[in-house]
Design a protein around this ligand. Structure first.
Ligand code: PRP
Length: 196
């Protein structure tokens, strides 16, 4: 079951000084240990649902760490890992609403079980676009797994089969997620807040 992160539970949570970014602080929203436990649970659900081979489509850049951990936790079925890059945010904190494929798949997914793996679904614009695009290539099945889901911000409806955590509408970085390309390497998922 998807874990819901309650904002009230964040009071008094650990604050960490930002690295190399003046005027910003962060606090841990989801710890590395919580992420790893949830990733193992999601991998078990996926192992139950597929017999393989499963084509995992990793959406760069944000999903790269999640994909690495999730796929290594899937051991009972054959997995192939393919990469796409899609850009919709530029260097802003909010989506431009414009989706662009900057790197396409170099394999044919026709007749295969395909699982799109994302780090976060926010407006849903990226995933609804990508799902439509890949459906046109006639996979045997097409589903979505995301580590994070911000349901409050949804503009485009997306059917998501596996959700790691539902989170409140706060800007998060770490574990692959960036702000203007910084913070992807943080092991925890942290909230980025400008200092007043
Ligand atoms: C992020 C994230 C998703 C998308 C979700 O990517 O990885 O692809 O935004 O937002 P949406 O639901 O509002 O469409 P981003 O464009 O920031 O690129 P990145 O993965 O390279 O950081």
């Amino acid at each position: 079951m998807t874990e819901r992160i309650d904002p009230l539970s964040l009071r008094g949570s650990q604050r960490v000084n930002m690295i190399n970014v003046p005027g910003s602080t962060e606090r841990i929203l989801i710890s590395s240990a919580q992420i790893q436990q949830r990733v193992r649970e999601m991998a078990s659900e996926i192992e139950r649902d597929y017999h393989g081979p499963l084509y995992v489509v990793s959406v760069l850049k944000g999903a790269f760490i999640f994909v690495a951990d999730l796929t290594r936790a899937i051991q009972s079925i054959p997995v192939r890992i393919e990469f796409m890059a899609i850009s919709s945010y530029g260097n802003q904190k909010t989506s431009s609403g414009q989706v662009k494929v900057t790197r396409d798949l170099d394999v044919n997914i026709e007749g295969h079980d395909v699982l799109i793996v994302e780090d976060i679904i926010d407006s849903g614009v990226t995933l609804s676009y990508l799902k439509r695009l890949l459906e046109q290539r006639h996979p045997k099945s097409l589903a979505i797994a995301t580590l994070l889901d911000k349901p409050e911000r949804r503009k485009a409806p997306v059917d998501v089969k596996y959700i790691g955590f539902q989170i409140p509408d706060e800007f998060v970085v770490g574990y692959g997620l960036d702000y203007a390309e910084d913070y992807r390497n943080l092991p925890d998922i942290c909230v980025l807040t400008p200092e007043g």
